[in-house]
Design a protein around this ligand. Structure first.
Ligand code: SAH
Length: 260
């Protein structure tokens, strides 16, 4: 009987290698093959077996290393050879990570798989900057939004009127390139231009940078700071807490210097 393969879709966390789950690390250490993305902490790869095959399939905006269909085919192929595959994905595999597509492809190919949820950057990156995404008196909802619009799509997938009307926190992923559009749409749809905004670049890593401002000036501030992806944009009153909590929190950014 040939060994049957399996794919583990593992959330590797947002950058700090300490934020992978116990289950994720256990599976990573046993896998025959590791398939990983661009935002994976390099030190996590050293946890793989020395003889494990490592395949980089990372993507950056407009530099697709491997099209999604080829990533899916790779996972299916290795599992069909009877191998165990650790598919390491940044943050949580099912939060804007196309993990759903990979799971569907595996299900269609009748390959066994396991989902290992991860610590999503949408919550952890604001947290490392001292920003709680909800707060009892100021934000009782939080909305995660993709700031990256597919340029080939004629209609926007984001309902700006609806998200602008909700009083709570907005968290944009993949929003750096589209920051001017995000700001313009929110203001045009009724969010006051003095609404606090923070952008956190390379959050939870030793290179973390935080730029704070308002809807009126955040674009200019981000430009002046030459902000680059990956970054998370947080819009709402909770941002003001970052000034207090960010300064006092003992979050372990300083000890991460050797990880990159
Ligand atoms: N599945 C991932 C998100 C993938 S989309 C998750 O759950 O975190 C990629 C986007 O995530 C980036 O464009 C950026 O907006 C955000 N991101 C991921 N890691 C980040 C980090 N360390 N700092 C800031 N933003 C990050």
């Amino acid at each position: 009987m040939p060994k049957t393969g399996i794919v583990y879709l593992i959330g590797a966390g947002p950058g700090d290698p300490g934020l992978i789950t116990v289950r994720g690390l256990e599976l990573l250490r046993c896998a025959d093959v590791v398939v990983y993305d661009r935002l994976i902490a390099p030190s996590l790869l050293r946890e793989a077996r020395p003889d494990a095959e490592q395949v980089y399939v990372g993507k950056a905006v407009s530099h697709h290393t491997l099209p999604q269909c080829e990533i899916n085919a790779l996972l299916v192929d290795r599992a069909r050879r009877g191998q165990s595959v650790a598919r390491l994905k940044g943050g949580d595999p099912f939060v804007f990570g196309r993990g759903g597509e990979e799971a569907l492809a595996l299900a269609a190919a009748r390959i066994r798989f396991e989902i290992v949820p991860g610590v999503t950057s949408a919550i952890a990156v604001p947290a490392y900057a001292g920003i709680p995404v909800t707060h009892r008196s100021t934000a009782s909802t939080v909305t995660f939004i993709t700031g990256h619009e597919d340029t080939h799509r004629s209609e926007t997938g984001v309902d700006w009127a609806t998200i602008s009307a909700v009083k709570g926190t907005l968290v944009f992923l993949m929003g750096v390139t589209n920051l001017p559009t995000i700001v313009k749409e929110l203001i045009e749809n009724g969010r006051p231009s003095d609404t606090p905004v923070a952008i956190v670049e390379r959050g939870t890593t030793a290179q973390q940078r935080v730029i704070a401002g308002t809807l009126a000036d955040i674009h200019e501030r981000a430009r002046a700071a030459r902000l680059l992806p990956p970054a998370i944009t947080i819009v709402g009153e909770v941002v003001t807490l970052g000034a207090i909590l960010g300064a006092w929190s003992a979050t372990r950014l300083l000890s991460l210097g050797s990880e990159e």
